[in-house]
Design a protein around this ligand. Structure first.
Ligand SMILES: CC(C)(COP(=O)(O)OP(=O)(O)OC[C@H]1O[C@@H](n2cnc3c(N)ncnc32)[C@H](O)[C@@H]1OP(=O)(O)O)[C@@H](O)C(=O)NCCC(=O)NCCS
Length: 210
C-alpha cells in the first residue's frame, strides 16, 4: 500500500484477538499516548485472560494473509479494546430518556475501553473503520442480548489534532453529562477524559437485528 492511501472498507482489515505470539510486535507500536502503548504491552492480554476486556489487534488483511506464518513481518496498524458496560441515568439524561418512554436506571452498552491507531497510519481512515467494527459488534450483540449504546472515555489534549473528542464528535458521539460540570465545561476540557456515548438504536433497526 502506498504511504498516503486510505483504508475505506472493513474488508481491507483483519481484526485478530490478542495472543502471546504477537508480543514482539507490540514494542514497535508508536503512539504519543504512552498510556495506550503501556496498556497494550502490559495489560491487554491479561485483561482478556481474566475476562474483563477483549483486545483486537488490527492488520492490513492482504499483509496478514501473506505473512501469517512469519508474524515478525507484520505491521500492527492499531488496536481496540472492548468490554460490557451500562449507562447510569441521572438528572438530565434520565429526563431525556423518560421522554422516550425509557424509565430504567441503567441502560446496556458496549464500552470502547481503548482505541489507538499507530502514529504512522493516522488520518488514513483506520479510526473510522475501527469505530464501524465496534458499532457492528454492538449491533449484532442484540441477536442474543440487548445492547443499545456505545460508551467511551475520550482522551483530551491541548492540541486539537490530538484531542480525540473532536474525532468522536464527528461520528455523533454525545457528551454524557454529569452532576459536576455543564456540557460547555466538558467540551472545553483540555486534559483528562470526557465520557461520551452513541445511541445505536437506528443502526440496529436498519440492520433488522431486533
Ligand atoms: C483518534 C484516532 C483514533 C483517530 O484515528 P485516525 O485513523 O487518524 O482517524 P481517521 O483517519 O479514520 O479519521 C476519520 C475522520 O476523523 C477526523 N479526525 C481524526 N482525528 C481527529 C481529531 N483529533 N480532531 C478532529 N478530527 C479528527 C479525520 O480528519 C477524518 O475526517 P474526514 O473523514 O472528514 O477526513 C487516532 O488519532 C489515535 O489513535 N490517536 C491516539 C490515541 C487516542 O487518542 N485514542 C482515543 C482514545 S479514547
Amino acid at each position: 500500500m502506498k504511504l498516503k492511501e486510505k483504508y475505506t472498507s472493513l474488508k481491507e482489515l483483519e481484526f485478530v484477538k490478542i495472543k502471546s505470539k504477537y508480543n514482539k510486535l507490540l514494542n514497535n507500536f508508536k503512539t504519543y499516548q504512552s498510556e495506550l502503548k503501556n496498556f497494550l504491552i502490559e495489560d491487554a492480554l491479561n485483561g482478556q485472560d481474566i475476562c474483563i476486556s477483549t483486545t483486537y489487534l488490527i492488520f492490513d488483511k492482504k499483509e496478514h494473509y501473506k505473512n501469517k506464518n512469519d508474524i515478525s513481518k507484520l505491521s500492527l496498524l492499531g488496536y481496540v479494546t472492548i468490554t460490557n458496560d451500562s449507562i447510569s441515568l441521572d438528572s438530565k439524561l434520565k429526563e431525556k430518556f423518560q421522554e422516550k418512554g425509557i424509565i430504567y436506571k441503567a441502560l446496556p452498552a458496549l464500552k470502547i475501553g481503548r482505541l489507538c491507531v499507530d502514529e504512522d497510519y493516522e488520518r488514513r481512515g483506520l479510526g473510522r473503520l475501527i469505530l464501524a467494527f465496534c458499532i457492528k459488534r454492538a449491533a449484532y450483540l442484540n441477536k442474543q442480548i440487548a445492547c443499545r449504546f456505545i460508551t467511551l472515555d475520550a482522551k483530551r489534549n491541548n492540541e486539537r489534532s490530538k484531542d480525540s473528542y473532536h474525532f468522536y464528535h464527528k461520528f455523533n458521539f454525545q457528551i454524557l453529562i454529569n452532576k459536576n460540570k455543564t456540557k460547555e465545561e466538558l467540551i472545553r476540557q483540555k486534559s483528562g477524559t470526557t465520557a461520551l456515548y452513541l445511541d445505536i438504536y437506528h443502526i440496529i433497526k436498519k440492520l433488522s437485528i431486533c
